[in-house]
Design a protein around this ligand. Structure first.
Ligand code: M6R
Length: 601
C-alpha cells in the first residue's frame, strides 16, 4: 500500500504536495518523492526515508513558480526502499506516481527494454512511465489510456508531462479521490489527506480517467465516455479522518482485510495451471527432496505458523514443526529442513536469532514478512512479502490474515512443486482462495451482532476459546487478542483438551467461544461446557442445522473450505476483542506494556 497525491491550481504546488503526503504516511513511509512542473520542465525530488526529510531538501532547493505536481509515499513491494525505487518514475518528459501492483510488469519490462528504454529502478511501477512515454504524442490522456489498456493488475496513478498543463489520473482496484477547490484540484489516495483544502470530493470509480487542468476536472469512464462529476461533501472531523473515519486504527485495519488479502494474492494465483507463482529460489529437485519444514515466530505470527502445521502436511506431504522463536535456541535443526521465519515487522529479535541458525546448520531459510528491506530479509535466502501496508495498531490484525494467505500460497506451491497436489486439486483450491476477500467482507458485515455479544460478556472476567484442527491455532489467536487489548484473562484450547483440566474453571455464565466451522467433533466439546453452565458463542457455517440447538448464540459465517475458514473466524474474533475492549474503555491502539516491534531477546 502506497499513497499518491497531485495538485493543479493557483497556489504553489510543493507545500501542498508535502502536506497531503504527510497525511497519507499511514499508508507507507519507507521512501517518498515529488515532481513539480516549472517553466515547462519537470523537477523530481525523491529519496528513501521520511517525507519530512525530503521536504527540507525541497525547501532548501526552492522551486519558484511550481503550480502543479504529483507526489508519492511508498511502502515497498517490488524492490527495497532506495532513492532509485522511490517514485515518481520518469521517462523522457513524463513523470508517474503509482499505487498498486502491475502483475505483467516483467513482460512489459522486457518489451520496453527491447524498444530501447533504460530502466533505473527495480519497481514494477517504472514500466508505466516508459509505456506512457512510448505512446505519448501530445495527448497525455490518450497515452495514459493506451498504456493502462496493456497493464494487468491494480493501479491508481497520477501522470504529468513537461509540455502539458494537465495532470491525468486513472484507477483500477486502488483508491483515488479528487478534491474540488476554488481554482484548484487536488488528488489523493484517501479523503483525509484532502480535508484541510476542501470537503467537496469525487471518488473515481474503477476504470475512470480524470484530466485536471486550470482548476477544472473532466472524468471519463472506461469506455471513454464523459462521466458527470458526482461530488460529495465530507462532514467528518479531521482527527477521525486520519483513521479514515474509524475511531481506532485497529478497527480500520480490521476493515482493510478484504483489500489486504487481495494484495497478498494478486498476481500470485494461476487458476488455469492450478498453481501459485512464488519464487522460492528452489528447483523442483530442491522441493522434492525437502524433508520437513520448521517454523519459528512469536505471538500472533506463531499462530499463523501453527495453521501451516495443519496445512502443509495435507497440501505438500511435508511434516512441520512450529516453535516459539524464544525457545528455538534449545531445539535441533535437522538437515533437509526448510526453516521459515514469520514476522510482520521483520525485526523481532527472537525470530532473527533463530533464523541465523539456518546458516550455521547449512539449511535453507525463508521469511514471511510485511516489511521489504527489514532485517529478516537480509538473514534468509528468500522472502515472501505479505504486502498489506503498514499496520499502526499494536494488535496484529491484517498482518495476521495476510500471513495466513501467504502461508497457504506457500503450501500450495510446495504441494505442486512436489507433485503432491494435482493440478485439478490446485485449481479448485485456488478458485476458492480467490473468493476469500469477498467472504471476509461478509464477516465484517456481522459487526453489529458481534458488538452486542461483546457487550453482553465484557464484564464476565474471563473467556475461553476452543477449536479443533485448523481452528485450534485460531482459538489461541482469539484468546491472545482478548488478553492483549481488553485485558481479560482468556484461554485458547484444543476442544478435546478441555476435559483434561481446564473444564474445572467452567462455571455458570463463563463465556466460551467455540470455533465450529471445521468438522463436527467440536459439538461434543460444546455440550461438555454447556452442561457445566457455560454460555457458548458458536462461530458456525451458515445453515448449520445443529448449532442453534446446542449453542447459546450463533454467529453464522459463509461456507468455505475449513482452511479458509481460519481467516473468517479470525476476523470475527478480532471484532469480538475490539468491541469488548471498547466497551471496557481500554486504550485499544496502544495496549499497556506492549510495543509494535519487539527488538530485544
Ligand atoms: O513483528 P512480528 O510478527 O515478529 O511480531 C511478533 C509478535 O510480537 C506480535 O505478533 C504480537 O504478538 C502482536 N502484537 C499480537 O497482536
Amino acid at each position: 500500500m502506497c499513497g499518491i497525491v497531485a495538485y493543479v491550481g493557483d497556489e504553489k504546488a510543493g507545500p501542498i504536495l508535502f502536506d497531503t503526503l504527510k497525511r497519507l504516511e499511514y499508508r507507507g513511509y519507507d521512501s517518498a518523492g515529488v515532481a513539480v512542473r516549472c517553466d515547462d520542465q519537470i523537477e523530481v525530488l525523491k529519496a528513501a526515508g521520511r517525507i519530512s526529510d525530503l521536504e527540507k531538501s525541497y525547501l532548501e532547493r526552492g522551486s519558484p513558480g511550481d503550480r502543479m505536481g504529483i507526489g508519492h509515499t511508498r511502502w515497498a513491494t517490488h524492490g527495497r526502499p532506495s532513492d532509485e525505487n522511490a517514485h515518481p518514475h520518469t521517462s523522457g518528459g513524463i513523470a508517474v506516481v503509482h499505487n498498486g501492483i502491475i502483475e505483467n510488469y516483467l513482460a512489459l519490462r522486457e518489451r520496453l527494454t527491447d524498444l530501447g528504454f533504460a530502466f533505473q529502478s527495480e519497481t514494477d511501477s517504472e514500466v508505466l512511465a516508459h509505456l506512457i512515454n512510448y505512446y505519448y504524442q501530445g495527448d497525455l490522456a490518450r497515452a495514459v489510456a493506451k498504456a493502462a489498456s496493456e497493464v494487468e493488475g491494480s493501479y491508481a496513478i497520477a501522470v504529468m508531462s513537461a509540455d502539458s498543463p494537465s495532470i491525468v489520473c486513472a484507477r483500477k482496484d486502488s483508491p483515488l479521490v479528487i478534491g474540488l477547490g476554488e481554482g484548484s484540484c487536488y488528488v489523493a489516495s484517501d479523503i483525509p489527506a484532502l480535508l484541510p483544502y476542501t470537503r467537496d470530493v469525487v471518488r473515481l470509480k474503477d476504470g475512470d480517467f480524470a484530466v485536471l487542468e486550470g482548476g477544472k476536472v473532466h472524468v471519463q469512464d472506461i469506455s471513454g465516455a464523459p462521466r458527470e462529476l458526482e461530488s460529495e461533501r465530507i462532514e467528518w472531523d479531521v482527527n477521525a479522518a486520519e483513521r479514515g473515519g474509524y475511531p481506532h486504527f485497529m478497527l480500520k485495519e480490521i476493515h482493510e482485510q478484504p483489500r489486504a488479502i487481495q494484495e497478498t494474492i494478486t498476481g500470485r494465483i494461476s487458476e488455469v495451471e492450478g498453481d501459485v507463482r512464488l519464487d522460492l529460489g528452489m528447483t523442483s529437485w530442491d522441493m522434492q527432496t525437502l524433508q520437513r519444514v520448521s517454523i519459528v515466530a512469536c505471538g500472533t505470527s506463531y499462530h499463523a505458523g501453527l495453521v501451516a502445521r495443519y496445512f502443509f502436511p495435507r497440501a505438500a506431504g511435508l511434516p512441520v514443526d512450529v516453535e516459539v522463536a524464544s525457545e528455538f535456541q534449545y531445539m535441533q535443526l535437522r538437515p533437509g529442513t526448510l526453516l521459515v521465519g514469520i514476522s510482520q515487522s521483520g525485526e523481532t529479535a527472537d525470530t532473527l536469532v533463530s533464523l541465523k541458525k539456518a546458516r550455521t546448520c547449512g539449511v535453507r531459510s525463508l521469511a514471511v514478512t510485511n516489511m521489504v528491506g527489514s532485517t529478516i530479509t537480509d538473514i534468509v535466502d528468500t522472502s515472501i512479502y505479505t504486502r498489506c501496508g503498514p499496520e499502526i495498531g499494536v494488535a496484529a490484525t491484517k498482518t495476521f490474515t495476510s500471513q495466513l494467505a501467504a502461508l497457504l500460497l506457500l503450501g500450495i506451491r510446495l504441494g505442486r512443486g512436489r507433485n503432491h497436489l494435482l493440478a485439478d486439486q490446485g485449481r479448485k483450491m485456488l478458485a476458492e482462495f480467490s473468493r476469500l476477500p469477498g467472504l471476509v467482507q461478509s464477516v465484517l458485515e456481522k459487526r453489529d451482532q458481534i458488538r452486542e455479544i461483546a457487550k453482553t460478556f465484557a464484564h464476565q472476567g474471563s473467556y475461553f476459546f476452543i477449536g479443533r484442527d485448523f481452528l485450534y491455532p485460531i482459538a489461541l489467536e482469539g484468546a491472545l487478542k482478548m488478553k492483549e487489548i481488553a485485558y481479560i484473562p482468556a484461554e485458547g484450547y484444543a476442544g478435546g483438551e478441555l476435559k483434561h483440566g481446564p473444564l474445572a474453571l467452567i462455571k455458570d455464565g463463563t463465556p466460551v467461544v467455540a470455533l465450529a466451522t471445521c468438522g463436527r467433533k467440536i459439538q461434543s466439546n460444546i455440550k461438555e461446557v454447556r452442561a457445566r453452565g457455560a454460555e457458548v458463542i458458536a462461530l458456525a457455517t451458515e445453515g448449520d442445522p445443529d448449532m442453534a440447538k446446542i449453542a447459546s448464540m450463533v454467529v453464522e459465517l459463509p461456507a468455505t473450505r475449513p482452511v479458509f475458514s481460519t481467516v473468517l473466524c479470525t476476523v470475527a474474533l478480532q471484532l469480538l476483542a475490539y468491541y469488548t475492549a471498547d466497551e471496557l474503555g481500554c486504550e485499544i491502539d496502544k495496549p499497556r506494556n506492549l510495543a509494535k516491534s519487539v527488538t530485544v531477546e
